[in-house]
Write a protein that binds this ligand. Structure first.
Ligand code: ATP
Ligand code: MG
Length: 440
């Protein structure tokens, strides 16, 4: 269970300098914009949860409020910042990069910002990748494009070498935009900085298209991702409906968490079966997916199945045993496997099914952020800049209860955020699909 101590953000030292925000908001008092140092946001959201803690209210787990502070740690005139993007693509990466650069300059007058290229590889001189200067001009239009202008990569790098690179380039603040692996990397980098007594702040903007990082609320890019996935579900329905015994299969992203599958299915309102890693199911037998699917097609003439990429281990023995350069499991191809099994199953029963398979994964990852995500990216980046300038480190930004929050990296990498099979989201999915509560 998470305690208040787990949610205490580390700092490099006392923030002694006045924030230059005063001159930014000309002629007006800026006090109303500052967040009080002790402002915190409750983690528990029900009375029953609070009572079950059985601790005095001041010991309840709370998140530190994010936002601008009246006192800052770094002297803007002598501060150099860097940005790195790691892991898979996600809508909004360029929005985050742009807003980091703009917030540093607009709010604090920090204009010396560089971008390390191709993820942590850019922090290893052996790769020969020189950092790029992130000027206002350089970032002016990048939010209109998907992907990341800095490039990305997977694969381990020596932490000592990476910290040497930060020192070599005179970096005071490192912003890491990446997934769970990248945040583990950021944690290791900040630990090494502390061990060497270096005053370098490491602040993360967590990126997970799957929405599987805990404590940060919804992750940026997630809304864009499920909106696009929903379009594929609608297309799958149109195709399936027009075919004889049509079965449309949409494989969504979601390595360990089925949020995209659930939200896109709820958005499209046309899926008949949603398969996610958190809810086991079988294919064969009276209560297996194949039997239910045959009945549905017999009744209505077509069916739509949404399957998260991470359900492989439910389907195929050995799926998930292979790993990529960062040690992440390669999860096989459950959608195509399902397609072949469904076709074979109809044939076994003397019928022919028309299968239509959609895999919008890479298309979704690479699109620009929708407006809601664009706003969110921008504000997360601003929160990250405020946190870093005030000397906070080894932390990420998130949003809880309509407030931006600062959360220690240690808390967000401890476990993953998943769809609860007993929760209201899954219940909504069951209600909207009318699929059986259990298919095991
Ligand atoms: P996503 O999985 O969402 O695409 P990610 O950040 O989890 O993003 P990874 O490829 O797992 O993607 O990791 C990104 C970088 O972080 C890689 O360079 C990897 O070597 C590094 N990394 C991962 N785990 C650790 C760790 N425990 N310690 C240090 N570095 C790590
Ligand atoms: Mg990951």
């Amino acid at each position: 269970m998470v305690t208040l101590a787990d949610l205490q953000v580390a700092t490099l030292g006392e923030p002694r300098l006045d924030s230059p925000l005063a001159s930014y908001v000309e002629g007006r008092s800026t006090n109303q914009y500052y967040v009080a140092e002790g402002d915190r946001i409750l983690m528990d959201d029900t009375q029953a949860l609070v009572e079950s803690r059985q601790v005095p209210w001041e010991e309840l787990p709370t998140f530190e409020a994010g936002g601008p502070r009246a006192r800052i740690f770094f002297d803007p005139a002598r501060t150099k910042a860097a940005v790195v993007t790691c892991g898979g693509l996600c809508p909004g990466l360029n929005n985050v990069i742009r807003s980091l650069v703009r917030a540093l300059d607009d709010h604090y007058g920090v204009s010396d910002v560089v971008g390390f290229r191709n993820g942590y590889a850019g922090l290893d001189p052996a790769t020969g990748l020189e950092p790029v200067a992130l000027t206002r001009d350089y970032v002016a239009d990048i939010h209109e494009r998907g992907g990341t202008v800095l490039g990305s990569s997977r694969g381990a790098r020596d932490v000592g070498v990476m910290v040497d690179t930060l020192v070599h380039h005179g970096i005071d603040i490192l912003f890491v935009v990446g997934g769970d692996g990248s945040m583990r990397g950021a944690h290791v980098i900040s630990e090494e900085c502390r061990r060497r007594g270096l005053e370098i702040a490491v602040v993360g903007v967590p990126k997970t298209i799957d929405n599987d990082i805990p404590h940060i609320g919804q992750s940026f890019g997630f809304q864009t991702a499920f909106a696009r996935a929903a379009q594929s579900i609608t297309a799958a329905k149109v195709e399936a409906q027009a075919a004889v015994n049509g079965v449309g299969i949409v494989q969504t992203m979601g390595r360990h968490a089925g949020f995209i599958a659930c939200y896109s299915a709820l958005a499209a309102q046309t899926a008949n079966f949603v398969l996610i890693p958190e809810v086991p199911f079988t294919l064969d037998g009276e209560n297996g997916l194949l039997a239910h699917l045959r009945r549905r097609v017999a009744d209505r003439g077509y069916a739509v199945v949404v399957v998260a990429e991470g359900v492989g281990p439910h389907l195929q023995e050995g799926a998930g045993d292979a790993t990529d350069a960062s040690g992440n499991a390669i999860l096989g191809d459950p959608g195509r496997y399902l397609r072949d099994r469904i076709r074979a199953d109809f044939a076994e029963h003397g019928e022919e099914a028309t299968l239509r398979f959609f895999d919008p994964g890479y298309l979704i990852r690479s699109v620009p952020a929708d407006p809601a995500d664009a706003v969110y990216c921008s504000r997360l980046a601003q929160t990250a800049v405020h946190a870093a300038m005030s000397g906070r480190t080894d932390m990420v930004v998130g949003r809880r209860r309509h407030r931006f929050v600062n959360v220690p990296i240690g808390a967000v990498v401890q476990r993953s955020h998943n769809v609860s099979p007993d929760g209201d989201l899954w219940l909504s999915v069951l209600e909207s699909t009318a699929q059986p509560r259990s298919m095991v």
